[in-house]
Ligand binder design. Structure first.
Ligand code: GLT
Ligand code: MN
Ligand code: MN
Length: 394
């Protein structure tokens, strides 16, 4: 029997993969599929075997578009048996609102009310499917909700229609009595020239305008914020700070490229380290306790063995980084540098303005020149981080 290393995944790690990720046959805009399409039941069995906890899906990943009610029930029945046999659960589901030609100019934001109605109705059915499989998070990625020529639509109208759709669907979930939360996923572009609500920050504000904002959070993706050249760690931190990190899409991405969806940690290892440190809470603050979902796929060079190598790699890298983050934060040299950075306010600004506190601030003796001249030790801190990541310490 193979000896388990502590970096081998177990269901307790809450790692999940979409059917569309490990099931990706390697098609791209320039080339055909390079791997046979896998049966969803076989994917679930294999995920269980390699230590994954969950499987996520779009409606159409499981039930082909246009299936009859009887076909749907048979397919879903088989899939539920495969889940039960493997012990793999379905924590998240979503709707495919981008593949069918009807969605070529958007779904919830289409100018055509018949397209918008079709999209909402499709989502209601897909929510039923997700709940039937046990999902507690429902993702909305509006891949086609955008434009190439902005002359086609006032962006304010698009946002109003998007809001109406989400409000309506929140109402549906409540009316059905489902225990389900929504997670909105931002992306700046691709497949549209520009996509509405392009970053996690845009999403967070949009959520505050919803009728049932308490049941809606975000599903940030590494690749999507990185494409825009933004700090993923800052976006995730903002979502965590306001209690809105409901789900997360982990993968690898280089700035300035198309949406690469690479193996987690395979690019920008330092950002990946800082992200895992934030999610695991080793540097302080609450730990994220939701699913660790890998929205990524194997290189097009791979056969199915390579796909499972890819999946193991995502999970092992996460656990390796978590261990490295814990060692970094336990390092006394790191603590010595960080100890001066988070002291309490000299006057209790968090308690709000009062004339007395304003006066107290004015009365403080502050050595502006001395503070400006003081070195902060961040070069050493960053080098310590690099050395921990490379296994040279701890
Ligand atoms: C699609 C997209 C992902 C989304 C998925 C959910 S589908 O693969 O690139 O980022 O998370 O709809
Ligand atoms: Mn994603
Ligand atoms: Mn992506």
């Amino acid at each position: 029997m193979a000896i388990m290393s502590s970096f081998d995944p177990t269901p307790a790690d809450r790692f999940s993969f979409g059917l569309w990720t490990v099931g990706n046959p390697g098609r791209d805009p320039f080339g055909h599929a390079v791997r046979p399409v896998l049966d969803p039941c076989d994917i679930v069995a294999k995920l269980g075997e390699i230590g994954a906890w969950g499987v996520n899906l779009h409606d159409e990943d499981l039930v082909p578009f246009g299936s009859s009610a009887a076909e749907r029930d048979r397919i879903v029945g088989d899939f539920k048996r495969a889940m039960a046999d493997s012990g793999v659960v379905c924590p998240m589901a979503t709707t495919n609102l981008f593949s069918q030609p009807i969605f070529k100019d958007g779904a919830f934001t289409s100018n055509d009310p018949a397209v918008r109605a079709f999209a909402i109705r499709k989502t209601m059915d897909a929510i039923d499917l997700g709940v039937e499989l046990g999902a507690s998070t429902y993702v909305f990625w509006g891949g086609r909700e955008g434009a190439e020529s902005d002359a086609c639509r006032d962006p304010r109208t698009a946002l109003a229609n998007f809001r109406d759709a989400i409000d309506f669907l929140c109402g549906y979930v409540k009316d059905q009595g489902y225990d389900l939360r929504f997670a909105l996923e931002a992306k700046p572009n691709e497949p549209r020239g520009d996509i509405y609500l392009s970053t996690t920050g845009h999403m967070l504000h949009f959520i505050s305008t919803l009728d049932h904002s308490e049941m809606v959070g975000v599903n940030p993706e590494v690749a999507h914020e990185t494409m825009a050249g933004l700090s993923f760690v800052h976006g995730v931190g903002q979502a965590m700070e306001c209690g809105k990190l409901f789900h997360i899409d982990l993968n690898g991405q280089r700035i300035g490229r198309y949406d690469q969806d690479l193996r987690f940690g395979s690019e920008d290892l330092k950002q990946a380290f800082l992200l895992v440190r934030l999610l695991e809470g080793t540097g302080g603050g609450a730990r994220y306790d939701g699913p660790r979902h890998f929205d990524a796929h194997a290189y097009r060079t791979e056969d199915h063995d390579g796909v499972w190598e890819f999946a193991r790699g995502c999970m092992r890298t996460y656990k390796l980084l978590a261990a490295r983050a814990a060692a970094f934060d336990a390092d006394p040299d790191v603590q010595a540098i960080l100890s001066g950075t988070t002291e309490a306010n000299l006057v209790d600004v968090g308690a709000g303005y009062s004339a007395a506190r304003g006066e107290a601030l004015r009365g403080l003796e502050i050595d502006a020149e001395g503070l400006g001249a003081k070195g902060l030790g961040y070069e050493r801190l960053d080098q310590l981080m690099v050395e921990h990541m490379m296994g040279a310490r701890g």
